[in-house]
Design a protein around this ligand. Structure first.
Ligand code: FES
Length: 184
């Protein structure tokens, strides 16, 4: 008898009945589902608020009318244009420059003026010792007419993506130079 009582005292609490389990589960699922639903309703608009402008970032991929094709010469010319950017909720306007020329075949291309050494701005024909080249005043980088790097800079000048429409040159994103290879 005493051993039976001892056994009863040391046994763990009886497991909940099937009915109690299902009620508990039902409450858990119901509360969990309701909380998740309300949470999603609150959080999703906030996530969209933050992410949407990033997904719709303006500026990248756009083409901008920059110069009339009839004005492009074999001598590089400097053209400036404005790029409206939307980064998140911040609107800004950047003024960009391109050196545009056409080659003997009439193909038009546009180079970025950003030096590939440390990012200063290059100019055309601005170094009397090295005429008909791009020259960077910061540390003396030199580039050919097609943007091929001759000295100091490790890479050719980048170029703009180019399109032509209704007599105009349109410029897009800045991409690695593909024309300088022709000067090998
Ligand atoms: S930044 Fe142009 S040479 Fe250094």
């Amino acid at each position: 008898m005493s051993s039976h009582n001892e056994q009863q005292e040391t046994w763990p609490e009886q497991p909940p009945s099937r009915k109690e389990m299902s009620r508990r589960q039902f409450l858990t699922y119901t509360l969990g589902g309701a909380t998740a639903f309300m949470g999603a309703g609150t959080i999703l608009p906030m996530v969209r608020f933050v992410v949407d402008p990033i997904l719709h970032k303006k500026g990248a991929g756009d083409f901008i009318k920059v110069a009339e094709i009839s004005k492009i010469t074999e001598e590089p010319q400097e053209f400036t244009f404005e790029l409206k950017q939307k980064d998140g909720w911040y609107d800004s306007t950047a003024t960009l420059t391109a050196w545009i020329r056409k080659d003997a075949k009439g193909d038009i291309y546009a180079l970025s003026p950003i030096c590939k050494h440390l990012g200063c701005t290059v100019g055309w024909n601005n170094d009397k010792a090295h005429p008909d080249e791009y020259h960077c005043p910061c540390h003396g980088a030199r580039y050919t007419k097609l943007g091929k790097n001759l000295e100091v800079a490790p890479k050719p000048l980048d170029q703009y993506k180019t399109k032509f429409d209704n007599g105009w040159v349109l410029l897009g994103d800045i991409v690695p130079n593909t024309v300088a290879r022709e000067e090998a």
